[in-house]
Each structure stands twice: as structure tokens, then as C-alpha cells.
Design a protein around this ligand. Structure first.
Ligand code: BTN
Length: 238
């Protein structure tokens, strides 16, 4: 993938800007970075606080694979963020299925909002708390900045470079249909597998696997198997 990085000082939501550009024919590879967002969006309609100091970026892909496989893109992006955390901050981040990146202590470092218009385009919107003032996080959020956890300074631009370097080979593998490596990485970096979890709609059980489609498999207390496709999950205390 050849990236074209564009930067703006401020916008409402980088995902919205990239969606408009994509709908007007922008080729894949656009990487739009905003220093701050005034209306950053998270999953499930939540707001995403996006002050200066974070990496707020949306990436345009035009996958050539059937759209049934596109949910793998957010797992793949979460893997790439975790790899960039290792490269830039020497931090072993974990991925909370499907696409939150957590610090070793469980606080959230990054979130991913993948939006798509199959078969035309997918947008990977990544919000990474690189060096956000801790006072800027919403009070209820268990969030942290990489810069506060790393033993060395972490800069937004260097993190972006590491992220794009990690993303490119993973996207290429996805396009080749080489899902085995992607799924193996998702399982290895998972903060969810082996944990007891609860969904928003009250289902609960142990997370036993991520299947080949990227879905999370639960075993409930009655021993039944439950497949989660894209739910928000809550990790229960161990
Ligand atoms: C989540 O964890 O709920 C996902 C958060 C995604 C935030 C990023 S910041 C860049 C892009 N633009 C947005 O409006 N949202 C995503």
C-alpha cells in the first residue's frame, strides 16, 4: 500500500472527511490525520474525546475481497496498533475483541471505528492516546496515554510511521487471503480469550476462541456456544 498522508489542524471527524472523499472517488491509501477533532466518534454512537496530543487518523482502503471478510480489517488494524505500541513504547498492548487496544493494566490506549460501504470502500478510524493530558479523558473512562506508560518519549508522528509500517504488510496479507497469520496474531494478542465476559444485551460466558471469520466464540454457563459478531463486550473481573 502506498500511503498518502494528509494533515489538518482540526476537523469534526476524520472518518466523516474520508467518507466524503471516498464517495467522490479518492483512491485507497489516503491517511487523514487531525491534530484534534471537534466531534470525534466512537463505536456504538459514543463520542470520542480527541484533544491535541493524540493520534486521530482515518485510513481509506478499497478491499478487493468479498465484504463478508471485511470485519477482519478491524482486528488487523488493532494488531497493527499493538505492534506499533511495541515498536514505539516497548509496551505489550493487548487487543480487547474486537478492536480496543489495552495497556497491560487494562486501561484503554486506543479504539478503532471501522466503517464501510461495501463493495466500494472501508475506512479504518483509529484513535490512539499517544500523549493526551490525563485530565482530558472522560471521568468514567479507564483510559491511559502511551507516553505516561512508556519508559521512553513517544511522539505522535513516529507512532503514525510505525503504525503505517505495521498496517501495510497486514493489509497485503489480508488481500492475499492469508487470514491464518492475522487470526493467529489476534489470538496471541487477545485480552479477551480465557476471560469471562458480558455483552451489552446481558449474555455472558467464557471467551474460548476467535473463529476464522473473526467472530468471538463464548461458552455460556449451560455449556452452549454463542457466536458474537461485533458486540461490545465487558471483561468481568478475574
Ligand atoms: C472506539 O473505541 O469507540 C472507537 C474510537 C475511534 C476514534 C477514531 S479517532 C479517528 C476516527 N475519527 C472518528 O471520529 N473516530 C475515529
Amino acid at each position: 500500500m502506498r500511503w498518502r498522508v494528509e494533515r489538518v489542524a482540526q476537523c469534526a471527524s476524520t472518518n466523516d472527511v474520508v467518507r466524503e472523499r471516498a464517495a467522490s472517488g479518492e483512491p485507497e491509501g489516503l491517511v487523514l490525520v487531525a491534530a484534534r477533532q471537534t466531534a470525534g466518534r466512537g463505536r456504538a454512537g459514543r463520542a470520542w474525546t480527541s484533544p491535541a496530543g493524540g493520534l486521530w487518523v482515518s485510513i481509506l482502503a478499497r478491499p478487493r475481497r468479498a465484504s463478508e471478510s471485511w470485519p477482519l480489517l478491524s482486528l488487523l488494524a488493532a494488531n497493527a496498533v499493538a505492534e506499533a505500541c511495541r515498536q514505539e513504547a516497548d509496551l505489550e498492548a493487548r487487543v480487547k475483541w474486537p478492536n480496543d487496544v489495552l495497556a497491560p493494566d487494562g486501561r484503554k490506549l486506543a479504539g478503532i471505528l471501522a466503517e464501510s460501504r461495501p463493495p466500494d470502500f472501508a475506512i479504518l478510524g483509529l484513535g490512539v492516546n499517544v500523549a493526551v493530558d490525563p485530565g482530558a479523558f472522560p471521568a468514567e473512562a479507564r483510559a491511559a496515554s502511551l507516553a505516561d506508560l512508556a519508559a521512553k518519549p513517544v511522539a505522535v508522528d513516529a507512532f503514525l510511521d510505525a503504525l503505517l509500517d505495521a498496517l501495510a504488510p497486514r493489509l497485503e496479507a489480508f488481500e492475499r487471503g492469508d487470514d491464518a497469520a492475522l487470526l493467529a496474531e489476534a489470538r496471541a494478542r487477545s485480552a479477551t480469550l480465557g476471560r469471562r465476559i458480558r455483552t451489552q444485551d446481558g449474555r455472558s460466558g467464557y471467551a474460548v476462541d476467535i473463529d476464522d471469520a473473526g467472530h468471538l466464540l463464548l461458552r455460556d454457563d449451560a455449556g452452549r456456544s454463542i457466536t458474537l459478531v461485533a458486540d461490545d463486550v465487558h471483561l468481568e473481573r478475574e
